[in-house]
Structure formats: structure tokens, C-alpha cells
Write a protein that binds this ligand. Structure first.
Ligand SMILES: [Zn+2]
Length: 526
């Protein structure tokens, strides 16, 4: 095993780094040349895992079960999953990529037609948020679902193709494969989703009632006449704006980068080295979103952002630096393979926990963004708005997780019906009379980012679990401002362990419990 790891590191470390750097460059310049270099570099890195001889060697080691050293066993598990995923016939993979590319072009070229005119998605969202005409809302919502029939048959074909790939390497279906290769047991994830469902069901129903009352009044119709187009979003995945706090105005004259760095440095997580390597502001050609990347797992950590002085970017820079400190403070003595987050959702949890502070009045007060009077004024509505956002998102994530799981288990069932059964059950939306369309196929993640959505929710659950643990046991200060003990705790219990432990063991060591929905419910349901 040791010999295997040495040989692996020799090959993988330079290719990993080259691939991370090339991707970074491409995202900054946006040029075709840089994207071509990046594509080639990530292909070179991925190719390591297609080595059949290496995989056979790993399999042999695994089957002997002779190793006792926990660090070696953990590295074996991660490598084994990585190589297993690479053992698929390359023609099948090429076919899959071709199918995905075709579908992605169809999504990219689709525009909603309203009154005979094509409109961009930004306008769709804006109409859904601001229009008070049920007729217009229905037209734009229905228009946005027209992509469904265009891609549905292609997606079903792709789903069956992905299942074929999964079955060739010993899994029942692609959903099971995706989760297991990333170190998740589908039964364990479903159990957490069930727990969350039962903890949020009644409270969500109550809030949904409040939302319905609000919209019935706004649209001057009976609550029973509300349909999916009345909820300000194509999927009801974000909270409708029924409370009135305008956080943007507090950040107009602030410098989000300075606030974030003062904050992180104040809790003993120094972000100067990360910021020095980062690319923080808008530029032509540059990726317009935000991400954080660990270039070498040896301290070169960077974040790409497009910062403006508003609450969205305050949240985002806190979020990305959360990923940043997780990577930056990893244990340089750990082997390369383990110098990583315990799982992608555990780093998302840290990022979310810090990102949420941007709209936390206590944090804003402690950071000097607002005064006591303003803080008191907005505390109640801020709390309600965050609670609504979390609950609405959690019910939507239930739909996504359960739909995908069931779809991969049986792609030949009536998917249109399955989708609406889930939407009605978990989001409490009323299906439009007689609707029988592939509305599930309108959500791009179902086709192109498969079996990943649940991680967003698991990240939120862990953010709440860690937050509860810290505010109960480490520091009573709800904003952590100036609390070095919080940074010390995170370093010791989350960052330094890296991927040394299976994610649920890390969580148990850090909080005394396995991942649970309890604290998310405690924070947002009561
Ligand atoms: Zn993130």
C-alpha cells in the first residue's frame, strides 16, 4: 500500500496542481485557449484513475483486509473509490459526455417565449418576483416549462445509459454509485432526509399557510386558487419575499473584503495569504460567479469573486473564505490524499455557517455595520426571513433527492406523475389541473449535475449542528466576533483532521453526535 501511494503521489500531485492552476487561469481570462489547456489538464488528471492494473492492485490489497494502520486504510478507501469510478469502458464514457453535451446545448439555447417574444431568464425571474397578474405569471411559468418536452426523452436515455455504466462496475443504479463512490451510503442519507422531513413538516405547513395568505391577498384570489406560478420562483426553491429587510442598504458604504478579513483574523483564522492570491473583483471575460480552490493542498488557496458592496457579496466572501480556511489550515503532515475536506458537503457546511452571518444582525452590530437601535429593529424580521429561506429550501431539496433516487431506480415509471407527487407532498404546491408534462426535466441539475443536490442540504444541516455545538460549548457569542477559541476549535476538530476520518466519524468527534437534522430544526423550526 505504501509503495502504491508513493507511486500515486508522484504522478498525481503534479497533475492535480497543473489541473487546478489551469482551471483557475481559464476562469479568470475566459479565453478559449485557456479553457482548452484546462480541459486537457483535467483530462490528464482524471486519466490516472482509469489504470486497470493499478486498480487490480488496490483490489487485491483491499480484499486481504490485512492492513491495521487507520491512515493507510482510509487512503485505500478513497483511492479505491476513485479508481473504481475510472474503470468504465471509455467508449461508454465518451457516449455519456456526448449525450450530456447535446442536452446542455438544448438548455443553453432555450429561451422562454412570452406573448410571442423571447425573453432572457433574468426577465423571467423578475416577472415572477414582481408581477401581480395571475395571467401573466401563469404564462411566464408555463413558458419556462417548455424546455421539458425538448429534453425529456434525451434525459431518460441518458439516465438509462448512466445506469448501464453503474451496473457494469457492480452497482444497482447510477444514484447508488454516485453516492457510494463519494463515500455516502444512500440508506444513511435517506434516513437523515426522513428525520428532517418529520422535523420540518408541521412547521413548514404553518409557514406555507402564511405565505398563501400573503399571496392570496396580493393576487386578490382565494388561497385555494394559488398555483406554482404564484410563488416568485420557477421551482419554489427560494423563499418568497414576504418580510421586509433590505440588507443591501447596510453594505452600500462597506468594504466586504475588509470586513471579512477583519472578522476571520479576529477569530484566529488568518486569511491574508488566501486574499493575497485571490482574484476578487469584476473583469472582462472572467467567471461571474464565485468559488474557492486549493491549488496544491500545501497552502496555495485562492478564491475567485466579483465583489460589490451588497449583502449578496458579503455573504459570498464569508462563504468562500470559509472554504478557504478549511483548506488552508489542513495538516501538512497528513498524506496528500487526506489533505482534503472529509466530504464536499462538510466544507460547504463551514462556508454556509460563515456566509449566514452576513444577514445576522448580531454579527452586523458587532462588526460595526449597524447600531444597536437598527439591530433591534431588524432582528425579528431577519430571523423570520432566514427561517423561511431554510425551510423552503429544505422542502425543495427533499423533492430533488427523492425524485432522482426513484428515477434511477426505475426510469420507466411515469416520471411526470412522480415529480408532481413529490412537489405536492413536500412543497405543498397545488398541481395545475390536468397537467401532465415533464416538468422534472426543466431542472438542469436533474440532467447535468446528477445526484449531488442532497449535499447542499446536508451542508446546511451540518452548519447548524456545528453552530449549535460552538455556541453551546465554545463561545456563547452568537457572532463569534473576536473569539479566538472558535478558530482554535475549528482548526483542531474540523480543518486539521482533513479527510483522515469518514465524514460522519469526523462530525461525531467534533460535535459528540453523528450528522443529525435536530439542530437545523432547532435553529429554524422553533
Ligand atoms: Zn460553497
Amino acid at each position: 500500500m505504501k509503495a502504491f501511494i508513493s507511486a500515486y503521489e508522484l504522478k498525481a500531485i503534479p497533475l492535480y496542481k497543473a489541473s487546478a492552476l489551469a482551471s483557475w487561469n481559464a476562469n479568470i481570462t475566459g479565453t478559449n485557449e485557456d479553457y482548452a489547456i484546462s480541459e486537457k489538464a483535467s483530462f490528464e488528471y482524471a486519466r490516472i484513475f482509469t489504470d486497470t492494473k493499478a486498480f487490480a492492485g488496490l483490489k487485491e490489497i483491499k480484499e486481504t483486509q490485512a492492513m491495521k494502520d487507520p491512515l493507510l486504510i482510509r487512503q485505500l478507501d478513497l483511492l479505491y473509490n476513485g479508481y473504481l469510478g475510472g474503470q468504465v469502458d471509455t467508449t461508454l464514457i465518451q457516449e455519456q459526455i456526448k449525450m450530456e453535451t447535446e442536452i446542455s446545448k438544448k438548455y443553453a439555447n432555450f429561451r422562454v417565449t412570452l406573448n410571442g417574444k423571447q425573453i432572457p431568464d433574468n426577465e423571467v425571474e423578475s416577472i415572477l418576483r414582481t408581477s401581480t397578474s395571475s395571467k401573466e405569471l401563469e404564462a411566464v411559468w408555463t413558458g419556462s416549462k417548455e424546455i421539458g418536452p425538448v429534453v425529456a426523452a434525451d434525459i431518460i436515455k441518458l439516465v438509462k445509459h448512466r445506469n448501464k455504466i453503474a451496473q457494469k462496475i457492480g452497482f444497482n443504479n447510477f444514484h447508488e454509485m454516485s453516492l457510494k463512490l463519494s463515500g455516502q451510503d444512500p440508506a444513511e442519507v435517506t434516513k437523515i432526509f426522513d428525520e428532517l422531513d418529520s422535523l420540518t413538516r408541521n412547521n413548514f405547513a404553518g409557514l406555507k399557510g402564511e405565505i398563501d395568505t400573503y399571496f392570496a391577498k396580493r393576487f386578490k384570489i382565494a388561497a385555494t386558487q394559488l398555483r406554482p406560478w404564484h410563488y416568485q420562483n420557477r421551482y419554489f426553491q427560494e423563499a418568497p419575499e414576504i418580510y421586509t429587510v433590505n440588507f443591501d442598504k447596510y453594505y452600500e458604504k462597506q468594504d466586504p473584503v475588509k470586513l471579512a478579513s477583519t472578522y476571520y483574523n479576529g477569530i484566529g483564522l488568518n486569511v491574508d495569504a488566501i486574499l493575497a492570491k485571490s482574484d476578487l473583483y469584476e473583469k472582462p471575460g472572467k467567471n461571474q460567479h464565485a468559488f474557492c480552490t486549493d491549488i496544491d493542498r500545501s497552502g496555495d488557496v485562492r478564491t475567485l469573486d466579483n465583489i460589490r458592496p451588497d449583502s449578496y457579496w458579503m455573504n459570498t466572501i464569508l462563504h468562500e473564505l470559509g472554504h478557504g480556511v478549511y483548506s488552508y489550515y489542513n495538516d501538512k503532515d497528513l498524506p496528500f490524499i487526506l489533505r482534503d475536506a472529509a466530504h464536499t458537503f462538510t466544507t460547504e457546511a463551514i462556508a454556509n455557517m460563515f456566509g449566514r452571518l452576513a444577514t445576522n444582525p448580531q454579527w452586523m452590530l458587532n462588526m460595526g455595520v449597524i447600531d444597536t437601535k437598527e439591530s433591534e429593529k431588524i432582528t425579528d424580521d431577519s430571523r423570520k426571513a432566514l427561517r423561511l429561506q431554510m425551510l423552503v429550501f429544505s422542502r425543495w431539496a427533499q423533492v430533488m433527492y427523492r425524485f432522482e433516487k426513484s428515477m434511477y431506480e426505475n426510469p420507466d415509471q411515469n416520471l411526470n406523475q412522480l415529480w408532481w407527487n413529490m412537489v405536492e407532498k413536500y412543497q405543498l404546491l397545488a398541481k395545475p389541473e390536468g397537467r401532465d408534462m415533464p416538468d422534472w426535466a426543466t431542472k438542469i441539475h436533474v440532467a447535468l449535475y446528477p445526484c449531488y443536490y442532497h449535499n447542499y442540504l446536508l451542508g446546511e444541516l451540518l452548519a447548524s449542528q456545528l453552530y449549535n455545538y460552538i455556541t453551546t460549548n465554545v463561545s456563547k457569542n452568537q457572532s463569534f466576533v473576536g473569539e479566538k477559541a472558535v478558530g482554535d476549535y475549528l482548526k483542531e476538530k474540523v480543518f486539521i483532521p482533513g479527510a483522515r476520518y469518514y465524514w460522519n466519524d469526523m462530525i461525531e468527534k467534533a460535535t459528540g453526535e453523528k450528522l443529525t437534522a435536530k439542530y437545523y430544526a432547532k435553529q429554524f423550526v422553533q
